[in-house]
Design a protein around this ligand. Structure first.
Ligand SMILES: [Cu+2]
Length: 103
């Protein structure tokens, strides 16, 4: 097992130990949500994600379009990518605030 894989496994175990509590990873402590990108609209600054429940937004699992809080978030993702992301309401719009590749 590589050091990186081991670190990821350790994090996963830690998260499991917390019973799925929010993963305090950034300033606002938004939970990282698992999702799969189904569409990227770079011109419109939007990304469609098939996502798991978003606890901080009281949202169940679904496929929906999110506004990208920062257009740079979209430059590295494409349909089919498995991602971990954070979402929040920014200026009244449900937005992706962070995206990390999960695969
Ligand atoms: Cu949704």
């Amino acid at each position: 097992m590589s050091a990186r894989k081991y670190a990821i496994a350790a994090i996963a175990l830690g998260m499991a130990a917390l019973g799925g509590a929010a993963f305090a990873d950034d300033a606002k402590s938004l939970p990282m949500i698992n999702g799969e990108v189904t569409k990227v609209d770079s011109a419109g600054g939007k990304v469609t994600i098939k996502h798991e429940p978003i606890t901080n937004l009281d949202m169940g699992a679904m496929t929906m379009a999110f506004k990208a809080n920062d257009p740079a978030l979209l430059k590295d993702v494409k349909p089919g990518d498995k991602i971990m992301f954070t979402a929040d309401t920014v200026n009244g719009q449900i937005s992706v605030t962070k995206i990390e590749k999960a695969n």
